[in-house]
Write a protein that binds this ligand. Sequence first.
Ligand code: GTP
Ligand code: MG
Length: 297
Amino acid sequence: MISDFRSAWVAIVGLPNAGKSTLLNQLIGKDLAIISSKPQTTRNQILGIRHTETCQLLFLDTPGFYQGKMKIDAFFRQEIDRSLSEADMILYILDGKRPSLEKNKAFLDIVCANAKVPVVLVVNKLDILRDHHLIPLLSQLPELFPQVKEIIPVSAKSRRNLDKLTEIMEALVPEGPQFYPEEQFTDRGPQFLLAEFVREGLFRKTEEEVPFSIGVSVTELVETETKIVAGVTIFVEKEGQKGIVIGEDGELLNWVRKHTSMRARRFFNKKVELSLWVKVKPGWRQNDGVLKQVGLK
Ligand SMILES: Nc1nc2c(ncn2[C@@H]2O[C@H](COP(=O)(O)OP(=O)(O)OP(=O)(O)O)[C@@H](O)[C@H]2O)c(=O)[nH]1
Ligand SMILES: [Mg+2]
């Protein structure tokens, strides 16, 4: 191990759709976490690692915080709590376009009440904020959130101010070991990631309650040096949702298969062949067996 090495576990938390996963991907320079314009896209804690010669930042992406009553919601909350308890530093992401100050204050107060580590408040989506909106917002934040160590506006999408954010984080990193070798940038393998990539395609192509009723499990996987072949089961809750997911003449499912295969091919740098099946499981979000199968228990 190099002497003077520094490392920190950094939990990325915030309300749904704030841009947490977009920021994670930009900070590690990989298309790792799935992103969509719909809330509750992220369902599991996802580790993404940023390496420099002297420092390792271990980012934990988390589901967006909201109060839900189902078993699946309890799992999301657990993932957030687990990430907060493991963190040496917290990035709290606030959507500058929809700042929902009351909801953010409620969650940020919970985060800060339990945190013994520095909290950095990141105001995201700077690229679409006009000055007359941004300036009054920024001027309210120090008084509203006195517990935070730093406040910084960024655009995860356009990378604006991300160098500054990295500088702020690096100044807060304690001495610590190099937890992972340089070539490793996540602890998640193809089985988890392929299911996520399929879900990303489905989230983009379906509307209303359908994306939230979808669970994905990779049931077969064969990986060689050059190729990944996988069988994927998509769970929905109703017969009608199965029809929507398959689409007319199988068009939607076909799009998802092609989109996911291409995304996975770029990511793994291997040929990817996917077979997709859709299964109806009424109430699966309350069913321990299916929750376990789709990695949510
Ligand atoms: N204009 C703009 N859009 C952004 C920015 N960052 C994220 N987005 C968009 O915001 C939406 C949500 O992004 P995600 O990264 O999935 O947000 P998240 O916080 O991970 O969402 P959940 O996982 O659902 O909690 C997507 O449509 C992104 O393209 C940004 O800096 N600027
Ligand atoms: Mg996310």
